[in-house]
Design a binder for this molecule. Sequence first.
Ligand code: B12
Length: 215
Amino acid sequence: MDKNELYAKIAEAVVDMEDEDVVDLCQTAIDEGLDAAEVIREGLIKGMDKVSELYETGEYFLPEVLTASFALNEGVELLKPHMKQETTTEKVKVVIGVVEGDTHDIGKNLVKIMCESAGFEVHDLGRDVPIDEFIREAKEVDADFICMSTLMTTTMAGMKSLVDKLKEQGIRDQFKVMIGGGPISQKFCDEIGADAYTTDAAAAVRKMKELKGIA
Ligand code: B12
């Protein structure tokens, strides 16, 4: 099977909530020597994008979305050990989480996986994380990056609050603040004074390398 055909089938299996098919097809992709990160990007995420569309148009409801996200996660679990592991000479430390009030963590988990496969040290705080907890952890591990994710407009304000708190504590320059998630934009990033925003997980890692001066 042509790789694009296989990616389309993986996406379709996510949309159809067929977790066993997702796992089998991801295994086929690995057996055929395809790049695990590409399988996630071109297969699993494309499928989840379609699920989002179906939810927006009222064809899918929360139970379908949840079941599809389980199927996506099964695929991610299978692919994770096959991600190419880069090694960076410089240790890059990342604190990541979903801001308080929000439990959407699919995107955050993908950013985490991409960071890990780039050889970064990742401290995952999970979801629904209080802003002070991001700061506490970042100080404790002496992080390079604080990465916040949110999918809800109601929780975006937490991101501004983190930047403001860092300023108040006189430690704004100690960390690079990266933000992402559905409602986030470059405009919002500029407005709140965060350091960077990207639309996807692979770009997030490229941006982090750029900011750290490791190409
Ligand atoms: C899946 C989903 C769910 C799942 C979540 C499962 C899970 N474990 O995450 C379930 C079914 C549980 C769910 C629940 C709810 N949901 Co929901 N959900 C979605 C849906 C359909 C898709 C989101 C998704 O996973 N996309 C796929 C991932 C891969 O994309 P992503 O997260 O954007 O991540 C990528 C990039 O953004 C980027 N990125 C992400 N994070 C970061 C971080 C950094 C630092 C960087 C650089 C990049 C980056 O990289 C990622 C990968 O490339 C969206 C619809 C949509 N259009 O987004 C609604 C949506 C987000 N949900 C919504 C709502 C309202 C809810 C509920 C409140 C519903 C309810 N009535 O109970 C609850 C949430 C409860 C809570 N407080 O958290 C709304 C939010 C509306 C708003 N204005 O805020 C949306 C937009 C749907 C809608 N149009 O109404 N949901």
